[in-house]
Design a protein around this ligand. Structure first.
Ligand code: ATP
Ligand code: MG
Length: 558
């Protein structure tokens, strides 16, 4: 169970519950992209508050813009939230289910003389709106009669006008210091089919109008959202007060989550996908839930991360290392161990019988004996990692070198006798070694010391695999800052050109043939890896590196 931290929203809810008896929250994604880890923060907050105070959390799709939304995003969002470990029971809603009611509310506003049909072009609406330092001007259409407004709005609904000909606007105050209150647009004409309501509507409500009414219709008590909506709160409250709705939820804002070395907004992620900087929304380099999952992240680690960073009003960029550390803590507990050699160097054991094959026992977890053991094959030819051998090593090189003895984990002590090289290139082709039969299992009775223990796999009994080694997608902590003045905010230029390295001929111990996608293993001494859920095939195994054991990013950070 992840820890439950105290934060200001929890305190507010605790106090409110002294008056109220229940709490209802909601997570309201717009289905215009995949969820990212920033969304996970909001998901954890909304679902956990409901759970801790015995309330409900609704899942509501804010599907009011058919131009950008798609069923495939709805499906991915549902699957990602489930995977994260949250459940909404039958409380799944769509803003589009409220289109009839929203229309009636808009008519109600017109009847109250609190909304009007405006026929300015969008460009003029912008001009009339003013700026932060300059107040706005009333639209020449602001004083249309209620009757005329009702008639025009009904015609907008019936499809009598082309896109952009008219909009419906709330009648609030063009001189308000808060630009959101300067007669915001609440309905626009968009002759476009909607994924759910199909061709029933050709006018669609805007976010600010839809959101507060949807909250109210669902009897939400606490409407938790990110800080950019703080300036929209007066509008949220204005709609509900003016319409005298039965339920008036409390909107509370918190800071968005940002992470180093990545970008978070769906618009930017969309750009990376559409321009093929990554392969898809679930590319393991992206901070999307689907990408992290495919990469081998556990839902526990993501929930734990969201809980650990807490909830506050202050924007910050959290260090990716924190997420990785929490992931490694979790994987260290859960991941079975296995042996794999990414860059193989062959060793021939001179004094081992050519035909002899031996099955040795290896622990699946060094500290958790309950995770059992497995058999690994030892044979005359084995592979070790290329960089575990040096012909002319420095003093503190505790791995293999000519005349040196090391331990092969779970197997034997071996000593390097000879280095075989390619005659032309000088490249090391293989090593000839001897083994000590009295060191079976990797221990010696005479207590003689060997400094190094290496991982290895049998060359006669291993599997080949492709291993995708991922690095950070961006080479700067904040990819949104730019080095070159004229390319300000172009995060694309900060993409790390080496974010994916493909190793074609890795050698894996045979037990990994049974690895299921997304199930993470610790490859001894290397890091955590899992079978890729999308591209791996039985005859073409592909593993993703989830995260290395040690921090190899340090150099990129400077
Ligand atoms: P983006 O800016 O990435 O496109 P969004 O806010 O437009 O995100 P929505 O689908 O509207 O995406 O978001 C659903 C909910 O998730 C909202 O309540 C939003 O405040 C919250 N959310 C989005 N991004 C973050 C983030 N980085 N940290 C915390 N909450 C977030
Ligand atoms: Mg949004």
């Amino acid at each position: 169970m992840e820890k439950a931290t105290k934060h200001f929203i929890k305190t507010i809810i605790e106090n409110d519950l002294k008056k109220n008896t229940t709490i209802t929250t909601r997570f309201p994604p717009e289905p215009n992209g995949y969820l990212h880890i920033g969304h996970a923060k909001s998901i954890c907050l909304n679902f956990n508050m409901a759970k801790q105070f015995n309330g409900n959390c609704n899942l509501r799709f804010d599907d009011t813009n058919p131009a950008k939304e798609d069923q495939k995003y709805i499906d991915s969002i549902i699957s990602d939230i489930k995977w994260l470990g949250f459940n909404w029971g039958d409380k799944i809603f769509y803003a589009s289910d409220y289109f009839d009611k929203l229309y009636d509310f808009a008519v109600d506003l017109i009847k109250k003389n609190k909304a009007y049909v405006c026929s300015l072009s969008s460009e003029d609406i912008r001009k009339y709106r003013g700026t932060l330092t300059e107040s706005g001007k009333n639209s020449p259409y602001r004083e249309r009669t209620i009757k005329e407004n009702l008639d025009l709005f009904s015609k907008m609904k019936n499809g009598d006008f082309i896109d952009g000909a008219h909009v419906l606007r709330a009648k609030i105050d063009m001189k308000s210091p808060n630009i959101n209150m300067r007669d915001p647009v609440i309905y626009r004409i968009k002759k476009m089919s909607h994924p759910r309501t199909k061709d029933k509507w050709c006018i669609y409500p805007m976010y600010d109008f839809t959101h507060c009414i949807s909250d109210s219709l669902e009897n939400i008590t606490h409407s938790l959202c990110t800080l950019e909506f703080e300036d929209h709160r007066p509008l949220y409250d204005w709609f509900l007060e003016t319409l005298k709705t039965l339920c008036h939820p409390k909107q509370i804002e918190f800071a968005r989550m940002n992470l180093t070395f990545t970008v978070m907004s769906k618009r930017k992620l969309q750009k990376l996908v559409n321009n093929n900087y990554v392969t898809s929304w679930d590319d393991p380099r992206l901070p999307t839930i689907a990408g992290l999952r495919r990469r081998g992240y556990t839902s526990f680690a993501i929930r734990n991360f969201c809980e650990t960073i807490g909830v506050s009003k202050k924007e910050s960029r959290i260090d990716m290392e924190l997420l990785e550390t929490l992931l490694k803590d979790d994987l260290n507990e859960k991941a079975p161990r296995a042996m794999a050699v990414l860059n193989p160097l062959k060793i021939v054991i001179e004094n081992w019988d050519k035909n002899k094959i031996q099955q040795l026992d290896a622990f699946n977890h060094p500290q958790k004996k309950e995770m059992g053991t497995r058999k690994i094959t030892f044979s005359k030819e084995i592979f070790i990692e290329k960089n575990d051998f040096m012909e002319d090593p420095p003093n503190k090189f505790f791995r293999l070198a000519p005349k040196k003895e090391i331990r092969l984990k779970y197997a034997y002590y071996i000593t390097c006798k000879k280095v075989i090289k390619d005659e032309k290139t000088g490249e090391i082709k293989k090593l000839i070694c001897t083994y000590d039969p009295k060191t079976k299992g990797g221990t010696s009775k005479d207590k003689r010391k060997v400094k190094g223990t290496l991982h290895w796999v049998s060359a006669n009994d291993c599997i080949n695999a492709e291993v995708r080694v991922y690095d950070r997608l961006f080479s700067m902590e904040n990819p949104e800052t730019s080095n070159s003045e004229n390319l300000k905010n172009n995060f694309i230029e900060n993409i790390n050109p080496n974010s994916l390295k493909i190793i074609k001929n890795a050698k894996l111990e045979k037990s990994l043939l049974n690895a299921v996608p997304e199930k993470v293993f610790q490859f001894e001494r290397l890091g955590y890896f899992c079978v890729d859920s999308k591209d791996s095939k039985p005859d073409n195994l592909i593993f993703n590196r989830t995260v290395p054991l040690r921090d190899t990013w340090a150099k990129i950070k400077k």
